[in-house]
Design a protein around this ligand. Structure first.
Ligand code: ADP
Length: 507
């Protein structure tokens, strides 16, 4: 007798149809085929070059992003033998906030993509806040005014590329985030659109009215005529041109990477939360149809825009998470590779009071102190390699704890479990410690591709490949659940030590 799972495995060899997800990340782009069971069938990947023309500046070549993405779309078809006649639809997920400005006539970018990490407009944002616009920005966009979001990056291009301001005023320029750039080019200029989740990261979008905001366009001096049409995440974004894919599949799903991951985790119910442990950590909580403004340093954003409704989300980011492990490897040379850390950390019962607070570039949510710098606290003669590695691993869990508590406070909900993904979620020590600190289950999804899967789900719902959210929730499999296994008293004592160490980074 064959189970549903066996059937799925069988179907995996020769799926009748697939959804293609384009995952346009910061360091690489990928095209992934998913079958009807949400299983990854094939993947193609290309790295992207990062340019650092000045300290704190980060750029990418928009044409490289596009051509690498198209190369992946072609390669994954050849690799799998599944061609565009069996690809029902395309979903796009992307690095958020990064912006590209191009000539409406020629389609050529007038400057490189200014990447979300780029700090070149920090002073410009400070000035706008000094001018008294901070509250308006917070109220309308749900965001904390910051150079990280797109608005001032567009302004910078218009002010610094020769002739750009005049062209923009004459309606001769277009702009967009990476999703928009891909859609525009894949449809050969037919569609200039973005989705609500990406729009909500630009600092130009009113998340309550679901429209670009004229006042914000004026404050940031971005002509509205440049902006794409904002649409729900699941629906029509045009057809891929037949000279790129022969059967010109439709693009029917678009979402920013963290929101796509929220959807890929099936965090459909208000109060459900996912945390991605990558270079940094990104935590999102589904708030349902009513936005909640944070009083704890989180941002409010559009979480899911599918099925005729919008669910808002609270988002908190930790800047240094997996990067702390990279620092152990490349900076301190205490380890050879990241995966070693679980064994080393578990070789000692505790850190013996040692804490690493990795405020390398300041602290994010809920502290928001860009002037904070890292601390290793509580060093004794007994602090050895294993304890230091353990303290570095634990720092990811402590920082996540602080963001999650801020979310609980803002939303008035207490959580019962945390869904996780990302590279460092593969570390069993960190995940167990996380469950212990939080006193709740930490659940890792079976699919390591929840972000791309979320984009595929959005596309597949729009084209009828999947019927509804219930069907998607039925596909999801949890790979591993970490249950808490520490007394609340011990967790509280450890947290007290952590917060004492955090205070030292702020001093
Ligand atoms: P990103 O999408 O930000 O590039 P990934 O989700 O690929 O990140 O995760 C990579 C990060 O996770 C790196 O910073 C790496 O140091 C960390 N990492 C990967 N594997 C492990 C592990 N087993 N234990 C701890 N950290 C890990």
């Amino acid at each position: 007798m064959s189970s549903a799972k066996d059937d799925a495995m069988g179907a995996r060899e020769a799926p009748e149809g697939c959804i293609m997800a384009l995952d346009a990340g910061t360091t690489s782009v990928r095209a992934i085929l998913f079958d009807e069971y949400g299983r990854k069938v094939a993947v193609a990947q290309r790295p992207l070059t990062m340019h650092y023309p000045h300290p704190g500046w980060v750029e990418q070549d928009p044409v490289e992003i596009l051509s690498a993405q198209v190369a992946c779309m072609i390669e994954v078809q050849f690799k799998s033998g599944i061609h565009s006649d069996r690809i029902h639809a395309i979903g796009i997920t992307n690095q958020r906030e990064t912006v590209i400005v191009w000539d409406r006539q020629t389609g050529q970018p007038i400057y490189d993509a200014v990447v979300w990490q780029c700090r070149r407009t920090a002073d410009a944002v400070a000035e706008i806040v000094e001018d008294g616009y901070g509250d308006l920005i917070r109220e309308r966009t749900g965001l904390v005014p910051d150079a990280y979001f797109s608005a001032t990056k567009i302004t910078w291009i218009l002010d610094n590329v020769e002739g750009a301001r005049e062209m923009a005023n004459a309606g001769e320029l277009m702009c967009g985030t990476v999703d928009t750039w891909l859609i525009y080019n894949l449809t050969r200029g037919e569609v200039h659109a973005t989705d609500y989740t990406n729009a909500s990261r630009t600092m130009l979008f009113d998340i309550h009215r679901l429209d670009w905001d004229d006042d914000l366009c004026e404050i940031f001096r971005v002509p509205r005529s440049m902006l794409p049409e904002a649409r729900p995440s699941s629906g029509s974004f045009g057809e891929v041109s037949p000279d790129i894919m022969r059967n010109h599949p439709r693009i029917t799903g678009v979402a920013g990477d963290q929101q796509a991951s929220l959807f890929g985790h099936c965090c459909f119910a208000p109060g459900s939360v996912k945390n991605t442990y990558g270079t940094g950590c990104f935590m999102l909580m589904n708030l349902g149809p009513k936005p909640v403004m944070s009083s704890n340093g989180l941002v409010t954003t559009i979480g899911i825009a599918e099925g005729g409704r919008v669910d808002y989300a609270l988002e908190g980011s930790v800047f240094q998470a997996g990067s702390v492990i990279q620092w152990l490897r490349d900076g301190l040379r205490l380890i050879d590779d990241a995966a070693q850390t679980a064994k080393i950390a578990s070789s000692v019962p505790d850190t013996d009071g040692c804490y690493v607070v990795p405020a390398f570039t300041g602290l994010g949510a809920p502290w928001w102190r860009s002037d904070a710098r890292g601390v290793i606290a509580g060093i004794t003669r007994g602090t050895d390699r294993a304890r230091l590695v353990r303290a570095a691993c634990e720092s990811m869990a402590y920082q996540t704890y602080d963001v999650l508590k801020a979310m609980e406070a803002d939303s008035g909900r207490s959580l019962s479990s945390l869904n996780v993904d990302g590279g460092a979620a593969n570390n069993p020590f960190i995940m167990q410690f996380q469950a212990d600190l939080l006193g709740m289950d930490v659940v890792r999804a079976a699919s390591a591709e929840t972000t791309a899967l979320g984009a595929a789900y959005l596309a597949g719902l729009a084209c009828g490949f999947w019927a509804d959210r219930d069907e998607l929730a039925g596909l999801a499999e949890d790979e591993k659940t970490y249950a808490p296994n520490m007394s609340p008293e011990r967790a509280a004592a450890l947290l007290e030590g952590w917060h004492e160490a955090v205070r030292r980074t702020l001093a």
